[in-house]
Design a protein around this ligand. Structure first.
Ligand code: ATP
Ligand code: MG
Length: 446
């Protein structure tokens, strides 16, 4: 079997080393496998270290009695990091240890029904892409390359292991994983693999909304969200996962500005911003006529975005943020004309920081005019530093009780007075409860 020698140290977290040692001491082979080895070879930061071993599931239970068996029949064990290192505070982190296996039959284009415990070569062949099947051997500091991944890694290519058509129909999630790895790593999808994705695109309908959401999220957070979305469209996947967004392609200007906005945002700091960018023109699909009214269009897009968000099982909180980001985007046009109190209320919205990020990218795409952005950023920073320092004055100087105490009765005028008092406090005209009470008395008697 091919192997790769490396001169660079391969950093292994202490807890992972302990798990490997326990396996070795029990007389077993154990490798680090998959994404972390790929990322090491690429000089990228490594995330989780997964372990593959020849120890069978019963043996694994003996060696790691403190673990959760995800599916004993599948030979996957999750060892809680806190059980290996009691001082660790990462109570929700696990190290995955899996017995070498081959997947025998698949159900629903997603799940292997049966597996057979096997050797390393079979284990490698059940994996998705050649660059995801490297095995680091900590004993020799060599990397085993059973499916010839190195030439693909060097040529920066995503290639299915085995027959692409078969591999995508076994597990349709791989359709999205292929696109994601391509854009997260800046790799090309090899032509036969690419053709198979296109041919099998409709199978993505077999995959749960949650899985699709998670893959899309990773694409949006990648360094090339624009390319990923363009590719999903070109490969026929977008039509199945976000059909209305796919229809936006019939409106070339809106589609183009969606893509440009995604491009200008990368890499996003806050994924809500990327979702908002993705959906910010969605309203166009339903309305040709609202074209000239940016506020109405933003409202419509925000509503449509919420429907997509629900279909993708985003949380109510996430959907609410995405909605606000889309519907508030046109407001920057009026920033210089807004009443001070309105501005102050706006910058206090919990989503204002991501909204600034989205607006900035949009301004860059449209004409590069950052005046409104600079103005609103300054206001927001001033508010934020006072909030963090705890020196922010409460703008609600009065309560309903206070007004009742003055002999006023609840009603529309009552509410308007409270609101106006708050506006004046936000604008620094009223600075204490006494001043506010005095102002109400004067106002109520006039
Ligand atoms: P990431 O950087 O996103 O974590 P990864 O390659 O580590 O990428 P994981 O989902 O963590 O991906 O899976 C770990 C390994 O398991 C992969 O590298 C691959 O070898 C294998 N794998 C994961 N999902 C699949 C799948 N759907 N089909 C085949 N093999 C898979
Ligand atoms: Mg991983």
């Amino acid at each position: 079997m091919k192997s790769i020698r490396t001169d660079r140290p391969f950093p292994i977290p202490e807890v992972v080393r302990t798990v490997l040692q326990r396996l070795n001491q029990g007389g077993h082979i154990a490798y680090i496998v998959g994404g972390s080895v790929r990322d090491y070879l690429l000089g990228r930061e490594m995330k989780d270290h997964d372990i593959a071993t020849d120890a069978d599931p019963n043996r694994l239970e003996e060696l790691f009695p403190e673990s959760l068996t995800v599916g004993k029949a599948f030979g996957v064990l999750k060892v809680p990091v806190t059980r290996i290192d009691p001082t660790s505070t990462e109570s929700d982190r696990f190290i995955e240890v899996a017995t070498f296996r081959e997947d025998l039959e698949y159900r629903d284009h997603r799940h292997p029904v049966r597996v057979r415990f096997a050797g390393l070569e079979e284990d490698a062949r059940r994996r998705d892409f050649t660059i995801n099947a490297f095995y680091f051997d900590p004993k020799t500091a060599r990397i085993l390359d059973p499916v010839d991944g190195l030439p693909d890694l060097e040529a920066r290519v995503i290639r299915s292991i085995g027959k692409p058509d078969k591999r995508f129909s076994e597990d349709a999630l791989r359709l999205l994983r292929g696109v994601r790895f391509s854009h997260a790593l800046g790799f090309r999808i090899e032509p036969e693999t690419r053709a198979a994705i296109q041919a099998r695109a409709r199978l993505i309908g077999k995959i749960s909304a949650e899985r699709i959401r998670d893959e899309l999220t990773l694409m949006l957070k990648s360094r090339d969200p624009r390319g990923a979305i363009e590719d999903l469209a070109a490969l026929g996947l977008l039509a199945h996962i976000l059909p209305r967004l796919d229809l936006l392609r019939r409106h070339p200007r809106d589609w183009k500005s969606t893509l440009e906005l995604l491009g200008a945002l990368a890499p996003v700091r806050d994924v809500h911003v990327a979702w908002a960018a993705l959906f910010h023109r969605l309203g166009r699909v339903d309305s040709e006529s609202a074209v000239d009214n940016p506020t109405a269009m933003a409202q419509l897009s925000a509503e449509r975005a919420a429907l997509h968000g629900e279909a993708l099982r985003l949380s109510a909180k996430e959907i609410s943020i995405i909605r606000s980001l889309i519907s508030d985007l046109p407001k920057f046009r009026e920033a210089f004309r807004m009443r001070d109190a309105t501005l102050q209320r706006w910058v206090r919205e919990p989503y204002f920081e991501p909204l600034l990020e989205l607006h900035r990218a949009e301004a860059v795409c449209i004409d590069g005019n950052l005046a409104a952005w600079a103005f609103c950023s300054t206001l927001w920073r001033s508010y934020e530093s006072r909030r963090v320092a705890g020196t922010l004055r409460d703008s609600k100087l009065l309560s309903g009780e206070d007004l009742i105490g003055l002999g006023l009765r609840p009603g529309p005028r009552f509410t308007a007075l409270l609101r106006e008092a708050e506006d004046l406090a936000l604008e620094g005209v009223l600075n204490s409860k006494e001043e506010a009470l005095e102002w109400v008395i004067k106002k109520a008697s006039s």
